[in-house]
Design a protein around this ligand. Structure first.
Ligand SMILES: Cc1cc2nc3c(=O)[nH]c(=O)nc-3n(C[C@H](O)[C@H](O)[C@H](O)COP(=O)(O)O)c2cc1C
Length: 115
């Protein structure tokens, strides 16, 4: 079997393969909220079988956005739609990794869910 399709464990997280979806700003949020576009964009990669899916830059404050249409997580209300997407990805046995931004030069991340 090609190594690409073999599982990879990093600390406590095991990815079912080594295919990773890079973070890609979609310029599709209004006021930071995820919507159907994000579900389809990330969800279709999950259906395709990627082992790790990284969200676009997700701002922890409105000022931290790279563009006005970026995803955000500065309001409690943002969580519900991101969590919905995560439920779907989890059902596909994927790991969603959220790439958070606090400014154009600054990015950190955390795994929203893992299996
Ligand atoms: C349209 C576009 C949007 C991108 N959005 C993000 C982003 O939100 N966060 C990030 O860290 N990188 C972002 N990137 C950078 C890509 O993730 C990066 O180019 C990719 O990881 C490079 O992969 P490669 O070395 O395989 O070409 C973006 C790139 C493009 C072209």
């Amino acid at each position: 079997m090609s190594q690409l399709f073999s599982p990879l464990t990093i600390k406590s997280v095991t990815f079912r393969n080594r295919i990773t979806v890079s973070p890609m700003c979609e310029y599709s949020s209004v006021d930071g909220f995820a919507n159907h576009w994000h579900l389809v964009h990330l969800g279709s990669r999950a259906v395709g079988g990627a082992g790790l899916i990284i969200t676009e830059a997700t701002a922890i404050s409105p000022e931290g956005r790279i563009s006005p249409d970026d995803l955000g997580i500065w309001k409690e209300e943002h969580i519900e739609k991101l969590a919905d997407i995560n439920v779907f990805l989890k059902s596909m046995a994927q790991c969603l990794y959220s790439a958070c931004t606090c400014g154009p030069q600054s990015q950190c991340g955390f795994c929203l869910e893992r299996r």
